[in-house]
Design a protein around this ligand. Structure first.
Ligand code: ADP
Length: 446
């Protein structure tokens, strides 16, 4: 194809000039003959370059034989690059088909969205879970195919903050019986990787668990009310009661009370777990709510005379569910009273901060060892089981707090040092804050 040996270009030029010189000397036209020889040399190179261009453009190899030196080198370099490129292309296409086979074998649906939020690729399961068909839906907006009210907002939020770890659970647009959990991860240049997982079975088991706890608690409540009722009757007529019965009866009353609290807490937890987003937009007057919690905490403290102080921003209100928030804050404050020695201080503060607002409850009690802190919001987890039971605790209080806060997009932070005390902080996002003055302004302008 390409002749391997070519004379160096300088030799060729020298040969042309060498042939032209005697002719020039013989004819007395030296410069003219040298000029003609140089022109012939350049024309040959120009034709060779045209042949090379033709080869690059159309792959025509017929004009490539006997090319002058430097152009022949160019052709060889070009051939080398082309063969490297073909090898790389082959490797890439192998890799791509292996990648496509692997993603097709994944048990999850995968959709790749480009920077504009349009579909750039999808695997086979995306059709079954989300109704996204590849390549037919290439370039379509995902929100146009999945017409769920939260979908467009979810994708928009992920585009603004790719590190946001929230997931979206919805019924599949293709099959309403199918529950899918959607996760979105940002990568590369503003691309998004959407992974949808079938969680129908998980949801079913979870619902069964919740229903079982709620039903068992309901069923237990009625017999317990009867037992507690009879125990109360005994209490009122203790005179006729043999002295040997009095201690067991008193124990029974204490245990029946514990069981009632346990059932109440279990029912509250299961109603928080299965609650939807309704009733979360009420305006909560925090000054009033916290004053009520403080006065109940003082009653609970009784003779122990805890010094309970409240510091709050009077104008700062919360958007949420009054009952949930009462239950969350009272659990934390009552714990502070119960796990703090008589006469010590419990300080409650409600303030705005740079992220939103927070309620902090600080005590100077026994504190909690670091290894227990991450597990305190688990059901029935106690740092000191004996102490908690002795104080009548159910082990469910902080689990209730966590769920009530999660419904309000809030989180619980716990700081504690054994022997020094603990601070429980509920952090609310800015969207949950209401300032009545601002609200008034809005109402007037509306
Ligand atoms: P309980 O009904 O046992 O109080 P909670 O869920 O309210 O259950 O609290 C879980 C555990 O966290 C408690 O058993 C206790 O060991 C620990 N705890 C909670 N609040 C405090 C506090 N203010 N000081 C020390 N320990 C606490």
């Amino acid at each position: 194809m390409v002749s391997p040996a070519n004379k160096p270009d300088i030799q060729r030029l020298a040969l042309c000039l060498g042939l032209a010189l005697p002719v020039g000397l013989a004819s007395g036209q030296v410069f003219f003959c040298l000029f003609v020889a140089t022109l012939v040399f350049l024309i040959c190179y120009y034709r060779a370059l045209c042949g090379f261009l033709n080869f690059i453009r159309h792959g025509a190899e017929d004009k490539l034989s006997d090319l002058p030196g430097i152009i022949n080198d160019l052709v060889r370099e070009f051939e080398l690059l082309r063969s490297h490129y073909r090898q790389r292309e082959g490797r890439l296409s192998d890799f791509l088909s292996r990648f496509q086979e692997a993603t097709a074998a994944l048990p999850d649906a995968i959709v790749v969205l480009n920077e504009g939020g349009n579909i750039a690729w999808a695997n086979d399961l995306a059709a079954r879970y989300l109704g996204v068909h590849w390549p037919q839906d290439s370039g379509q907006r995902l929100a146009n195919l999945i017409r769920h009210p939260d979908m467009a907002a979810f994708i928009r939020r992920k585009q603004q903050d790719p590190a946001d770890a929230k997931v979206l659970v919805l019924s599949s647009p293709v099959n309403q019986q199918l529950s899918v959990e959607i996760r979105v991860q940002g990568y590369g240049e503003r691309h998004l990787l959407l992974v949808a997982r079938d969680i129908t079975e998980l949801e079913r088991i979870n619902k069964m668990r919740k229903d079982f706890i709620a039903n068992a608690s309901h069923e237990l409540r009625s017999p317990l009310t009867v037992i507690a009722g009879y125990l109360e009757v005994f209490d009122e007529t203790t005179d006729g009661c043999p002295p040997a019965w009095q201690a067991p009866l008193s124990q029974m009353r204490v245990q029946a009370g514990r069981m009632e609290r346990l059932i109440d807490d279990l029912l509250q937890l299961s109603s928080l777990e299965s609650a939807n987003d309704e009733g979360l937009d009420g305006e909560i007057n925090m000054a009033e709510l916290l004053a009520g919690v403080c006065s109940e905490a003082q009653t609970l403290s009784g003779e122990k005379q805890h010094r309970i102080s409240l510091e709050l921003d009077q104008e700062l209100c919360l958007r949420g569910n009054q009952r949930d928030m009462y239950s969350a804050f009272s659990n934390i404050v009552f714990n502070a009273v119960q796990y703090t020695p008589a006469g010590s201080a419990v300080h409650i503060s409600w303030q705005q901060d740079e992220e939103g607002a927070h309620l902090a409850v600080r005590d100077s009690g026994e504190g909690i060892a670091a290894e227990h802190i991450p597990r305190l919001t688990e059901r029935f987890y106690r740092a000191d089981a004996g102490r908690s039971r002795e104080k009548g605790g159910t082990g469910l209080g902080l689990a209730i707090v966590k769920h009530a806060l999660a419904r309000h997009n809030a989180v619980l932070e716990i700081e504690s040092e054994p022997g020094v005390g603990s601070t429980f902080r509920c952090r609310f996002p800015a969207q949950r804050i209401i300032r009545p003055a601002a609200t008034e302004g809005l109402r007037l302008s509306g």
